[in-house]
Design a protein around this ligand. Structure first.
Ligand SMILES: Cc1cc2nc3c(=O)[nH]c(=O)nc-3n(C[C@H](O)[C@H](O)[C@H](O)COP(=O)(O)O)c2cc1C
Length: 216
């Protein structure tokens, strides 16, 4: 952490969805630190389903902006992150993940064995929700990146407005049912300001113990 970095609270307050970016590159050292912070995000069972593609070439930016109804943040930002998930990636990586948990001293062997025995059944029991569970992990990683970037003076814009099959085609996984797209996130120096658009009063969104019924 550099002295000039914003604190977590400052980053949360400073972050806005920026619609125009300068195309100044992100210095390699900063980018590597952002990637390292991003990769530290947690995931369910520590299964780490998120696969991140950095879109950096103009040809790929143009293609991605085309799949996102021409949103120009994607064209302008030096790097746009595509957060994809490998829904069943855990089947390949679970052994390595459990081994690492044990060798790092974080998990007793017994706990790793318990995950190895129980997680596959839990995952399979999710059925179609397995996609949703992987997407949750990707969104946590994207949020971690957005706040880490903000802490270093870089802005972002969460982007949901894209055609999934086109985004998959652009990143080279057309038709692969194991891959889903969670989010697109341009990162760069802001070229425009954004005011806080406000939030609903907390009384409408935050409750204790129960939701009111009917919940709206
Ligand atoms: C999951 C998600 C998807 C979004 N998709 C888009 C988008 O496609 N295009 C866009 O310009 N803004 C998008 N936004 C930005 C929202 O409009 C913005 O977060 C909201 O208006 C609140 O403004 P703030 O981010 O500055 O606090 C998205 C935000 C989120 C969290």
């Amino acid at each position: 952490m550099n002295k000039s970095d914003l604190t977590t609270a400052e980053s949360i307050r400073a972050r806005r969805s920026i619609k125009s970016f300068r195309n100044d590159p992100i210095p390699e050292g900063v980018l590597q630190e952002l990637l390292s912070l991003m990769q530290d995000a947690p995931s369910s069972w520590n299964f780490q389903p998120t696969r991140v593609v950095m879109i950096r070439s103009m040809a790929q930016k143009e293609a991605l902006a085309g799949a996102a109804w021409g949103q120009k943040q994607i064209l302008e930002a030096p790097v746009t992150f595509v957060f994809a998930v490998s829904i069943r990636g855990w089947e390949t990586h679970m052994g390595e993940i459990l081994k690492t948990g044990v060798s790092s001293g974080a998990w007793p062997q017994k706990f790793a064995d318990w995950i190895g025995e129980n997680a596959p059944g839990f995952q399979k029991g999710l059925g179609e929700k397995e996609r949703e569970y992987a997407i949750k992990d990707a969104m946590i990683m994207a949020t971690t990146l957005a706040l880490a970037a903000q802490s270093k003076g870089y802005s972002t814009c969460y982007i949901n407005g894209w055609d999934e099959s086109k985004v998959k085609q652009i990143i080279g996984v057309e038709g692969d049912k194991n891959i889903a797209i969670a989010l697109v996130l341009p990162v760069g120096l802001p070229n425009s300001e954004a005011k806080h658009p406000g939030r609903l009063p907390p009384a409408k969104t935050i409750f204790t113990d129960r939701l009111p019924s009917p919940a709206v």
